[in-house]
Design a protein around this ligand. Structure first.
Ligand SMILES: Cc1cc2nc3c(=O)[nH]c(=O)nc-3n(C[C@H](O)[C@H](O)[C@H](O)COP(=O)(O)O)c2cc1C
Length: 391
């Protein structure tokens, strides 16, 4: 039956293809994975949803669930449609639902996980110390210590002294997360270098099969490079604040809209570093770049692994430039996605790195409060070689 074939007096509905049901201690649930909406569901709801595999009007649907009154069926169908569990023939599918089709090879569990990991709430910064102290009571004994105690009888193989004199090793050791920055703008040249070395195409490769493939400074599963960098400029010399997309091939910024920089406290609720940074780069996964090639949910993992690589590259380049990097996975997906004009399904924000000028007279600013400076101690090998330097 087509959408247009039925009169509209009664609702014509169909089960979303992205619905799953599960049970926990609170009872049954139906979840629509595109929106991530999760509603309680009893056996009658499940029967209704099971019977709506293809377009069906409410009258016919009520025949399929004999124990439920017509009035009750109507109420339930409307509630299920509001939750997105049932699609309505008279309401066009939202953009995100249309894009969900590209996830078909990765399947419902992958999209469900994607939805489940999107919405999150974070503790207020003032509550964090207490929260950590309370949860510390549950730390398993081996979780924080060196791995050695877990293998008390393992044979020890001694290793030669690690090399580490050159600039690459110095940069690796010096990388730290900064959460306080100078008010001075980042020099434009340094910013350009940071963007190009982190996100830019360094070469194009024509493979035997397919291509051209972009070659970048970070590895990427299947050379797909699914991550686009969106850039919020707050304080970069010679660049008016605003939101931009970075063009990795032609090394340029493209201004999105006419507004200035958005209020980053809304993008990063409760976070000290990113709202204070001179610029923030949001990595946005364009899943289709991977979905065409890899038809397995495991590829979702690969996209996240790619993001970690790019984030580390960004932090190292910023460190080498003498700047102060930070990174976070804690942002309000919906606020960020709305500002960037992406739907969270076809493209989704997955990681965000910030950068600023280091504040004066400090070798590290890991917290918003300048008085809060943790002590770094050297592990045995570093202490022996006396190479543990402050960043
Ligand atoms: C995936 C990821 C997510 C992170 N999220 C946050 C965050 O939400 N807030 C924050 O202040 N730092 C965040 N960080 C930074 C870590 O707290 C930081 O890397 C850690 O404390 C170790 O310090 P270091 O980076 O100076 O070595 C994140 C780091 C990573 C890799």
């Amino acid at each position: 039956m087509t959408r247009a074939a039925r009169p509209a007096r009664e609702l014509v509905v169909r089960r979303s293809r992205w619905v799953l049901s599960y049970w926990d201690d609170d009872g049954g649930h139906l979840c629509e994975a595109v929106t991530g909406r999760d509603i309680p569901a009893d056996a009658d709801d499940l029967a209704l949803v099971a019977a709506a595999g293809d377009w069906i009007d409410e009258r016919d649907l009520s025949m399929r669930v004999p124990g439920v009154s017509w009035r009750e069926v109507r109420a339930r169908v409307r509630a299920l449609a509001r939750a997105g569990v049932l699609e309505r023939a008279d309401v066009p599918a939202p953009r995100a639902a249309r894009h969900a089709d590209a996830w078909r090879h990765w399947g419902l569990p992958a999209l469900w996980f994607h939805a489940a990991a999107r919405g999150a709430s974070w503790a207020a910064p003032a509550d964090i110390p207490d929260l950590v102290r309370t949860r510390a009571a549950d730390v398993p004994p081996t979780a924080l210590a060196s791995p050695l105690p877990a293998w008390p009888r393992g044979r020890v193989v001694t290793l030669p002294e690690p090399a580490g004199g050159d600039e690459v090793f110095a940069t690796l050791r010096a990388r730290r997360t900064w959460r306080r920055f100078a008010g001075r703008p980042v020099p434009r040249g340094d910013f350009a270098t940071l963007l190009h070395a982190s996100f830019g195409v360094q070469a194009w490769m024509q493979g035997r099969i397919g291509g051209p493939y972009a070659m970048k400074t970070s590895p990427s599963g299947g050379a797909c490079h699914p991550l686009d960098a969106y850039v919020v400029v707050q304080r970069v010399a010679g660049i008016r604040p605003g939101v931009f997309a970075y063009d990795p091939d032609r090394h340029r910024l493209i201004r999105l809209g006419r507004g200035g920089a958005p209020d980053l406290r809304r993008w990063f609720p409760g976070q000290a570093a990113h709202p204070a940074a001179a610029a923030v780069c949001v990595l946005v996964a364009r899943f289709a770049r991977v979905q065409w090639k890899y038809h397995t949910a495991r590829a979702y993992r690969v996209v996240m692994l790619d993001a970690g690589h790019v984030g580390q590259t960004f932090c190292l380049v910023a460190t080498r430039l003498g700047l102060a990097p930070c990174c976070t996975g804690a942002f309000d997906d919906r606020v960020v996605e709305q500002a960037l004009g992406i739907d969270g399904i076809e493209r989704a924000a997955v990681y965000a790195m910030g950068v600023g000028v280091r504040p004066a007279a400090t070798s590290w600013a890991p917290f918003a409060d300048p008085a809060d400076l943790p002590r770094l101690t050297a592990p045995p090998i570093t202490a022996r070689r006396r190479t543990c330097r402050k960043p």
